[in-house]
Design a protein around this ligand. Sequence first.
Ligand SMILES: C[S@@+](CC[C@H](N)C(=O)[O-])C[C@H]1O[C@@H](n2cnc3c(N)ncnc32)[C@H](O)[C@@H]1O
Length: 287
Amino acid sequence: MQRVYAGIDTYLLNTALQAYTISGLVAEMGSGSAVQLITLANLNSDMREAFGIEIDARARNVSKFNLALNRCEDRVTVLGGSAALNNCLHGRPLDFAFSNPPFFVAPESVPSARRGKAINLALLCETSGYGGPDGLAVTREFVQDLAPLLSTHAGLLFYSQFACARQDTPLALVELPRVLPAKLSAWSARFEKFPVHTNLFDFSAEDWSRSLALMISTRHPRLSTPEVAAIESGVRDHFMRKELAGITSGFLEFGSVPRRSSIEIDDRDFVRMDELISNELACENAA
Ligand SMILES: C[S@@+](CC[C@H](N)C(=O)[O-])C[C@H]1O[C@@H](n2cnc3c(N)ncnc32)[C@H](O)[C@@H]1O
C-alpha cells in the first residue's frame, strides 16, 4: 500500500520555502499532504489564495484534513488536475507556482535475469517517484500545464534532484525553457545547489544506480537478489547510454521569486531529518 508522500525532501523544501516572500495567487503541482501550502499560508498573509494539484485521491483526502486542522481551508484548495485549477482561477493569472516533482531518473524497464521478462521500473517507483528516462517527464507536464496560467511577472520554482550531463549542471536548465511558451521565454533561469554540506543528495551514476535499486528493494521486499542486481546494472547502463554523469540536488527558479532571506539549512537538522525518515521507513517495513 502506498502512503501519502512525506520524504526528507518534504522537510527540506518546507524549510527552504520559509526564505521566500509569496503573495497573490499560488499553485503547487503534486501537493502531497498539503504541508507546503499550509506553511506558505501561515507565513505569508499577502498570499491571497493557493491551489494544490494532486493526482492521488488519498493524498487529497489527507490534505483536506490537514487544511482543516491548520485552519487554512478558506485560502487553500487541493484539486485533482490542472483543468480544475483553470476553472477555479476564472482567468486570474498565477503569481507563483512551485513543485517537488517525482524525479527518479530511470528507464521505463530493465531486462530481468529471467529470460524474456522485463522489470517495470515506472511501476516499481510509484507515482510519487518516477520521473522518466531523464527525470523530467512529470516536471515537463507540470510546466506545460502551468505555463498558460502564469502571469508574465510570476515565478516558478522546482526543488528536485536533477540528472546532469556534467557534475552540478542540471539538464533541466536547458530542457525546461524549451517547453515555456513565447510569453515567458524571456524569463531568467537559475539553479542553486542545496545549501547543505553533505553529499547525500549528489550522486554519481554508479551511486545513483545502487541507491535506486536499494530504495526499490526496500519498498518491494519480494524482489529477488538477481532482480535487484538487474535493476542496478540496468539503471547504470541507462546513464552511460544517455551520457549522464549523475544527479544533483537544488532549486531551479524561472522568472522572479522574491526571497526575504537566503536559504539556510542547519546540517544538524539535516541529520536529524535523515534519522526521522529512516525510522519511518523501518516502521513501514515492520508493519
Ligand atoms: C515527491 S512528492 C511531493 C509531495 C509534496 N509536495 C511534498 O513536498 O511532500 C510528488 C507528488 O506528486 C504527485 N504527482 C505525481 N504525478 C502527478 C501528476 N501528474 N499530477 C499531480 N500530482 C502528481 C504524487 O502523488 C506526490 O504526492
